[in-house]
Design a protein around this ligand. Structure first.
Ligand SMILES: NC(=O)c1ccc[n+]([C@@H]2O[C@H](COP(=O)([O-])OP(=O)(O)OC[C@H]3O[C@@H](n4cnc5c(N)ncnc54)[C@H](OP(=O)(O)O)[C@@H]3O)[C@@H](O)[C@H]2O)c1
Length: 325
């Protein structure tokens, strides 16, 4: 099978397409023919070893010192089950499935084997392969941070970086949970944010949300430019700051802030779980959550897709199609 392999950290051009052995499912695994996958901000961070300030050494420890230990990137996929291990009970050949492999990655390939009890679900009716492949990275991150931030119905939430994969999921899911959403994005994305359910949109190219004299119960920052020192004046009493992207210096004040103020800083990696994937799929089935798709590339243009994502202004997800919808 063909797979994109990352044999050293660097620019998109470090990726090469290679022939690799097709995986064979173990007893409790299914073999999936990949129809669609995504290039997300996580893939590009890993490829480029682009860690938030203070985390570079830790990133090398976790991922591999000179190159990623798992050389095939890609954390999400949609496809078809083409073989099953002899003890598999939940899936059969021909099932359309979506999956999230998280740090195990390996989705930028024509085939991927996965355990049947992992983050693997049938694709809900009405969802294209491209949408199914785009469901998890933003959706699971958003669900996890909203839970940790204890958003309550009627509370005001501001989402900085609302047009990206995580941001657009946060807008939809916060609104679904009863939050009154303020989205922060550039001029070109303003109308889209209203369409996704934002009650108010702030164009960051014209206005700084921290200087409006307004306050929110929850502020979620997916950009990394709204740490506590900048956001505190915009937080209500009891407010929570969700740092989806945070440097080490941005995270260190969290215990002190919790001790000395009525604010909370919530940061760190997402602990995505199978239960959240079930919730997301149900929300997609109910039409409540629809992943935003910026553009699709054929498998052969993986490097172009990485270049585009590196630009930092994609709207929702960038999809790689191996079998166009
Ligand atoms: N903590 C975790 O476990 C976790 C999990 C997932 C992701 N992350 C991190 O979260 C971050 C966001 O991920 P993502 O996949 O959503 O990224 P993304 O899709 O690449 O985000 C791009 C978006 O950022 C917006 N943006 C750029 N500059 C901005 C600014 N100055 N103000 C407001 N918006 C701005 C852009 O909107 P405009 O074009 O309108 O500027 C664009 O739509 C990444 O750094 C990722 O590593 C962390």
């Amino acid at each position: 099978m063909k797979a994109y392999v990352c044999e050293r950290y660097g620019a998109p051009e470090v990726l090469t397409v290679q022939e690799r052995p097709q995986p064979v499912p173990q007893d409790r695994e299914v073999l999936i023919k990949v129809h669609a996958t995504t290039v997300n901000s996580g893939d590009c961070r890993i490829r480029a070893l682009n860690a938030p300030y203070g985390f570079r050494f830790m990133m090398r420890l976790v991922l591999g010192f000179r190159k990623p230990r798992q050389p095939v990137l890609g954390t999400e996929l949609a496809g078809e089950v083409v073989a099953v291990g002899k003890a598999v009970q939940r899936f059969a050949v021909g099932d359309r499935v979506l999956a999230f492999t998280s740090m195990a990655m390996g989705c930028h390939a024509e085939y991927r084997c996965l355990p049947e009890d992992g983050k693997l679900m049938p694709i809900p009716a009405g969802l294209s392969d491209a949408e199914a492949a785009s469901l998890c990275f933003g959706g699971l991150t958003a669900l996890s941070f909203l839970r940790r931030g204890r958003l309550q119905p009627g509370e005001r939430i501001l989402i900085n970086g609302a047009a990206g994969t995580v941001g657009s999921a946060l807008v939809q899911l916060a609104r679904h949970q009863g939050g009154e959403v303020t989205a922060v994005c550039s001029t070109t994305n303003v109308e889209r944010m209203y369409a996704l359910g934002a009650a108010q949109v702030i164009d960051y190219t014209r206005e700084d949300f921290t200087q409006r004299g307004e306050r929110w119960d929850v502020i979620a920052d997916t950009v990394g430019n709204a740490p506590y020192r900048r956001s505190k004046s915009a937080l209500n009493d009891g407010g929570r700051l969700l740092l989806v992207l945070a440097s080490l210096p941005d995270m260190l004040p969290a215990p002190w802030v919790a001790l000395t103020t009525r604010h909370r800083i919530i940061a760190g990696p997402v602990s995505d779980c199978v239960a959240d994937l079930h919730i997301l799929v149900e929300l997609a089935q109910a039409g409540v959550y629809r992943p935003e798709i910026d553009r699709c590339y054929p498998f052969e243009q993986m490097i172009d897709a990485h270049r585009y994502v590196d630009g930092g202004h994609k709207r929702g997800s960038v999809v790689i199609e191996l079998l166009p919808d």
